[in-house]
Design a protein around this ligand. Structure first.
Ligand code: PMP
Length: 344
């Protein structure tokens, strides 16, 4: 009998092809047209599904991974979730070393997806044996037949976005995109997408979003690693205390920095104005748009695309908790201008 069932063969077939959504209200009074690529529509609820699929399938093509192999990674949570999801479907073991800065929700979620999770201290240097990099490297050495995804130093990270995010945005905008604005963590999203877009039209302007407390913006401007730029900050997944080789700084035109507090308030504002429940870095990229608009970056006919990397449900005990906001001092009106707690 002919099979008439319209079903996906597995959840993995839903990775990518995320929607581009016009921003209508949060951009009121802005000059230009603004669109968000909402990566929470991936089955693992973030853009990291793309790199997990791409890197694991490349390793399979090269014959490195076989049934029952172990996949190891350092992760702020999202990449871990995506690797855990792909590992379940494809029959691999998944070990994740995460920063203690990651939310409890994220860590619990990784364990629920069958991963073994090591929680490592956030504020030690990258070469400290307790850092999540060193823990992952050690586990990789000690586990035979394992692969280490190493997203900050793996060029396949960038390549995943060059092959999927870039072409999707070009197609969804009918080639009319003028600006691409994205958060930079590993830099895979911004550089892979930017490389593809600039190959189609070298005039597309690419702007990276960095955190205060991170070295990326200064490095882009001076090509020097300045330790004085480094101090603790709250936003997870954005900025870095090292220079990732997964970032191609040459395809990024400039960086802009955003604060923890304003990014948190802006994430909450996206939910209230656009009905899109997005993560902390979506607030960061939207905050960057506000600052860029103030600086008259955009013209009336410009089409600006931003990435909303993940879903708000991962931040219930952080950005979307009034108590957490209060504890951070983010309701201090001196810091956040006219935004009042009562709004929320
Ligand atoms: N937002 C979130 C929530 C992330 O987890 C990450 C990845 N660390 C990013 C943004 C930045 O993306 P990329 O690593 O591709 O630069």
């Amino acid at each position: 009998m002919e099979n008439k069932i319209k079903a996906y063969n597995s959840i993995l077939e839903l990775v990518g092809n995320t929607p581009l959504v016009k921003l209508n209200r949060i951009t009121k009074g802005f000059t230009g047209n603004f669109y968000a690529k909402v990566e929470a529509f991936n089955p693992g609820h973030s853009s990291k599904d793309r790199i997990a699929m791409h890197i694991i399938e490349e390793a399979e093509r090269k014959g490195i991974l076989t049934e029952g192999s172990t996949i190891i990674e350092t992760t702020s949570g999202n990449t871990g979730f995506s690797i855990a999801m792909v590992s379940i479907i494809k029959g691999y073991k998944c070990i994740l070393a995460v920063s203690s800065k990651s939310s409890k929700d994220k860590i619990d979620m990784l364990r629920s997806m069958g991963a073994t999770v090591y929680v490592c201290p956030a504020h030690v240097s990258a070469d400290d044996p307790r850092s999540y990099y060193e823990v992952a490297k050690r586990l990789h050495r000690e586990t035979s037949g394992s692969i280490y995804i190493n997203q900050y130093f793996n060029e396949l990270n960038m390549h995943a976005h060059y092959e999927s995010t870039g072409p999707e945005i070009w197609e969804q905008t009918g080639g009319q995109i003028t600006h691409f604005v994205a958060c930079s963590g590993t830099g895979g999203t911004i550089s892979g997408t930017a490389k593809y877009l600039k190959e189609q039209n070298p005039d597309v302007k690419v702007i990276g979003v960095d955190a205060f407390g991170s070295v990326l913006k200064k490095y882009h401007e001076t090509r020097e690693f300045d330790v004085n730029e480094i101090y603790p900050y709250r936003i997870e997944g954005l900025g870095k205390n090292l220079i990732p080789s997964a970032t191609d700084f040459d395809v990024i035109d400039k960086f802009i920095k955003v604060t923890d507090s304003e990014s948190a308030h802006t994430a909450r504002e996206i939910a209230k104005t656009e009905g899109i429940f997005a993560g902390y870095t979506s607030g960061a990229v939207m905050q960057a748009l506000k600052q860029l608009n103030e600086e008259n970056e955009f013209g009336p006919d410009d089409n600006v695309v931003v990435i909303f990397p993940d879903h708000g449900s991962r931040y219930m005990s952080k950005v979307y908790s009034d108590q957490w906001m209060e504890d951070q001092g983010f309701f201090d009106t001196k810091e956040v201008g006219e935004i009042q707690k009562v709004q929320y």
